[in-house]
Design a protein around this ligand. Structure first.
Ligand code: CTP
Ligand code: CA
Length: 226
């Protein structure tokens, strides 16, 4: 399916995008994290900007420069991500959560570096808030988009996630495909809606995935308006 060029179809629309990993510190020099590169979220932010949107990009630590013309907020922890996304989302019409949010943080973060001890140690973790689900509880007519990585039963699990979090759709990917997802420049995703319907997209550049994602978000928005 060929899409027409979009020029400035998102002019006047405020879009919030989250990207990258979070870091959950155990002490000042150690943290739990994941290998998210941020490329997918940066691609969404740049595509939205080029289509005229007013874009806020909230990102965890990644090796990517601030995209010109985008409001960039750099955070480290899931709690910081939550505060920044909720604040930016207040007057936004679309929120796209590509961030790989750590599900847990240390129950107690030590202010001092912990010395090693002989033998095993146990780390007590506590759940982080689910930012997408929080946005879903105060959804209004905002379009909410999530990402999910699954190793199995992807479409079913992603549809349940979309339902549970009240997201309009989720882009599902798999960690195993060469050159995609974590770190790659391409992505191979399946669009999954809360009603269980899905659409497998071919392997595309992350920028092209961003373009189709925003096409779908714009369609959801138009449907809500009509
Ligand atoms: N997400 C979020 N806040 C969290 C965890 C996830 O906003 N604390 C968002 C992610 O940014 C993503 C979507 O929710 O857009 C799905 O993330 P995922 O990790 O697949 O979902 P979880 O509910 O954490 O489920 P799982 O147990 O499979 O990790
Ligand atoms: Ca998770």
């Amino acid at each position: 399916l060929l899409h027409p060029p979009h020029s400035r179809d998102l002019a006047g629309v405020k879009v919030v995008v989250s990207a990258g990993p979070t870091r959950e510190y155990l002490d000042p020099v150690r943290f739990i994290s994941n290998p998210s590169s941020g490329k997918m979220g940066f691609a969404v932010a740049e595509e939205a900007r080029d289509r005229g949107a007013d874009v806020t990009l909230v990102t965890g630590p990644v090796n990517l420069p601030d995209p010109p013309g985008v409001d960039v907020v750099r955070i480290e922890t899931a709690l910081e991500l939550r505060d920044a996304v909720l604040a930016a989302a207040r007057d936004a019409q679309m929120v796209v959560m590509t961030a790989a949010v750590a599900d847990y943080r240390a129950a107690e973060r030590s202010d001092e570096k912990q010395a090693k001890v002989a033998g095993d140690v146990t780390i007590h973790l506590t759940p982080n808030p689910d930012i997408l689900a929080e946005l879903g509880r105060q959804k209004g007519d905002r379009v909410l988009v999530g990402f999910a990585m699954e190793t199995h039963a992807g479409v079913e699990r992603a549809a349940l996630k979309a339902q549970r979090k009240n997201a309009d759709f989720i882009l599902l990917n798999y960690p195993t495909r060469e050159g995609t997802a974590f770190g790659g420049d391409d992505n191979e995703v399946t669009l999954v809606r809360p009603d269980g319907t899905s659409e497998a997209w071919p392997r595309l550049s992350k920028r092209e995935v961003a373009r189709r994602l925003l096409d779908e978000a714009a369609r959801v928005r138009q449907k809500a308006e009509s």
